[in-house]
Design a protein around this ligand. Structure first.
Ligand code: T1G
Length: 692
């Protein structure tokens, strides 16, 4: 078969998989491999078999895009049983990654040889699944459950060295892994007996079972409602309580039930969406990013300091610039204190902290940015301030330097107009805390050079971020949708819900915090300033700020924080204030169910997402999902707002929005044209992408 080619060297049949880009085990690969194994067994001139691969990966696993599709024979378990049942020994020659079904292929072999850079793992847990082709039954028998279970629970790969120590590999060779695998296969054939397999040579001990049960108990305690953790425990327990065949049947049943689970479908959507977001219109591999060897950050406030830390953490020297010494000292001290927390937690050594601090060069005055390859402005969110900074940068920055603003919603072209280098000016919007949150919105205004965008995306990845290229527009993608949720939350208070009820609805959905606890944490005065600058009113939020209740930093906001407690308590004065505002607005308050609250919070966000797609501010619905998962802690197992909307049904959401718009008399709540069209067609946002 095209994807598998077999050559015979000195009586060893070498079956090479060549299915770019990562040798995923699609139907054609499975069929080709099954044919190659059968043919080698029928060939009297063959004494042993090697499974090898072309390209950078051994095998990246089952083809995730096939899940949920009608099965095509041979199934992966059947293929692996055929490999295991081969009368002639089969040895896996591993280079690159052997993940998921790829490692399960290796486990079904009679021996495994790898190059030093190989990585072996069973990441299915990250897709809401469990290994579904014998991994839960073979791995514990090969390396003991006490080792195998944590490896499947974390989904993290192990190095070749670790795999050798654990007994997962027979050999690690510096080069020519195929020849080494052939030698091992010949040696196994020379033994003249049925080759041992990881399913039969395992020695199961009571001590191992006890160790596993203790790990399982802890895992179940932390499962956080994910069904695949319990499934993994049940599958691995079968190793100790059932025959291999019965255990395999248990694994298969559990796996197939997880494949249809909504949470796994969401996680598989996120897997592909995270890769699609990297494909930027008009920017192919031919567009080379500019070299970034040094950076400058203007503004040593919370955001500027966090951004400077991103560069230091990535080993890039960064000049941190302020206008006044006190502000600069505060910024540096805040960075140092933040690193100290990591040192106390043991996630950073003192030496590493010291090194990173040397990479951050404090300086006064914008002239210090002159030598930087990229300058990120993180100054006050006021257009005049930004225009003044960019006007100066235009004069002093080195030719070709990327000039980026970290603004969270201001107009990038207006900022760029203050310079004579529009081709170098774009937005790089980090999310607070900048040294932690993964999302980076790369705002691409008209007129910016493609290689400047490519540079920002490449730099974002180097800083450990998930860069999403978005169009210019108020609030770009994330904050523009967040504003809808914030308005909806305010409306809910006046209409009858209480802060803790609104927050509970989102926490119950899977968010870490609700909108009011979040506002109290960030500071209610932040939104208040922004509303005043834009002439917007929010009766409850404004009243709370007028009372000086800015949140945790003032000991009270929507909630009370006694003695600086982190968890807020209900505040009778706030609830009385809400009741009074409702009366002033002629509203008869009523109670809301958690479902109603959730719909009223999320539907308007989805509607704004539809408008963002109509305006091509986001290229795909999946990009919006990636923004919300990486910038606002939307639970990945819910797939993101647009995936969630598809799972609810766009007709349901359109109807709810229409009803709310009529009830409140707010036309802005009416379904966007795109949403209305897809709903009328019985279609989904997913239909807008090639994968849909
Ligand atoms: N199935 C389908 N497509 C895959 C794939 C897979 N398993 N892995 C990667 N791709 C695509 C990816 O979408 C992208 O496509 C291209 O390959 C390059 O990927 C039965 C049930 C291997 C470490 O979870 O971790 O086996 O965008 O950009 O950065 O028990 O891909 O080019 O069109 O990520 O070099 C378990 C998933 C599956 C591993 C390479 N396996 N893949 O990283 O490239 S479930 C996994 C990865 C399973 C069995 C169970 C990474 C990589 P496009 P990339 P990369």
């Amino acid at each position: 078969m095209g994807l598998i080619s077999t050559t015979v060297l000195r009586k060893v049949a070498i079956a090479t998989i060549d299915n770019p880009p990562v040798n995923a085990l699609g139907a054609a690969v499975r069929q080709g491999l099954a044919a190659a194994i059968a043919q080698a067994n029928a060939d009297a001139g063959v004494a042993a078999i090697v499974i090898a691969s072309a390209g950078k990966a051994f095998i990246a696993g089952a083809d995730i895009s096939e899940f949920g599709e009608p099965p095509v024979a041979p199934s992966l378990p059947d293929l692996l049983d055929a490999i295991e049942a081969s009368a002639k020994p089969v040895v896996a020659a591993i280079q690159g990654v052997a993940l998921g079904g790829g490692l399960e292929v290796a486990l079904a072999c009679h021996g495994r040889v790898a190059l030093p850079g190989a990585k072996l793992g069973l990441p299915e847990i990250k897709l809401g699944l469990i290994p579904g082709a014998g991994g839960t039954q073979r791995l514990p028998r090969l390396i003991r459950a006490a080792k195998a279970f944590p490896m499947m629970l974390s989904g993290e790969p192990v190095s070749a060295g670790q795999a050798l120590d654990d007994g997962l590999l027979d050999e690690v060779v510096p080069s020519d892994v195929v020849a080494a695998a052939a030698r091992l296969a010949e040696a196994l054939a020379a033994e003249g007996r049925r080759p041992m397999t990881s399913a039969t040579n395992g020695t199961l001990t009571e001590a191992d079972r006890e160790a596993f049960e203790a790990l399982a108990k802890d895992a179940l305690r932390k499962a956080d409602g994910m069904p695949n953790v319990a499934a993994l425990v049940e599958a691995v327990r079968a190793v100790f309580t059932m025959s291999y065949a019965e255990g395999q049947a248990v694994e298969r049943k559990l796996f197939l039930s997880l494949v249809t689970d909504e949470r796994s479908k969401a996680l598989r959507h996120v897997f592909f969406a995270e890769r699609e977001v990297a494909k930027v219109r008009g920017i192919g591999p031919e567009v080379k990013p500019r070299e970034i060897a040094s950076a400058a950050v203007i503004g040593a406030g919370t955001m500027g300091g966090g951004i400077a830390m991103c560069f230091a953490n990535a080993g890039i020297p960064v000049t941190l610039i302020e206008t006044a010494q006190a502000a600069l000292d505060n910024g540096v001290n805040r960075i140092s204190a933040t690193y100290d927390i990591s040192v106390q937690r043991g996630s950073l050594t003192l030496e590493a902290k010291a090194h990173r601090m040397t990479l951050i060069r404090p300086a006064l005055g914008i002239a210090a940015a002159a030598g930087a390859d990229v300058v990120i402005e993180a100054a006050f969110e006021e257009m005049g301030v930004k225009q003044q900074i960019f006007g100066e940068l235009s004069k002093i920055a080195k030719p070709g330097a990327i000039l980026a603003s970290n603004t969270s919603y201001l107009d990038i072209p207006t900022i760029a107009a203050a310079t004579t280098r529009q081709q170098d000016v774009l937005g790089m919007h980090f999310f607070s805390p900048a040294n932690v949150m993964k999302l980076l919105e790369v705002v691409r205004p008209q007129g910016v050079a493609d290689d400047a965008v490519a540079t920002a995306v490449t730099l974002g990845r180097k800083l450990g971020k998930v860069p999403v290229v978005v169009g210019n527009g108020f609030g770009f993608v994330g904050n523009r949708m967040l504003e809808q949720r914030t308005r909806a939350a305010e409306r809910l208070l006046v209409a009858g819900a209480l802060p803790h009820e609104v927050d509970a609805a989102l926490v119950g959905f899977g968010f870490k915090m609700g909108p009011f606890a979040m506002a109290d944490l960030a500071g209610n005065d932040v939104g208040w300033r922004s509303r005043k600058a834009r002439g917007l009113k929010a009766p409850v939020a404004d009243a709370i700020c007028e009372a000086g209740w800015f949140g945790q930093k003032t000991g009270r906001g929507y909630y009370i924080y006694p003695q600086g407690a982190r968890a807020g308590q209900r505040c009778p004065e706030v609830e009385a204030l809400i009741a009074r505002i409702a009366i002033e607005n002629g509203v008869t308050r009523r109670s809301f169910t958690q479902e109603e609250i959730l719909a009223r919070l999320l539907d308007p966000m989805v509607n704004e997402g539809a408008r963002i797609l109509e305006a091509a501010i986001a290229a795909r619905p999946g990009d919006i999902d990636i923004v919300w998962i990486n910038g606002y802690n939307w639970p990945a197992w819910r797939g993101g707002p647009m995936f969630w909307a598809d799972s609810v049904g766009l007709d349901v959401i359109a109807k709810r929005l229409q009803a709310q718009a009529a009830e409140i008399g707010d036309k802005a709540l009416e379904p966007a044209p795109l949403l209305k069209r897809l709903a009328a067609e019985g279609n989904r946002f997913a239909s807008l992408t090639s994968r849909g």
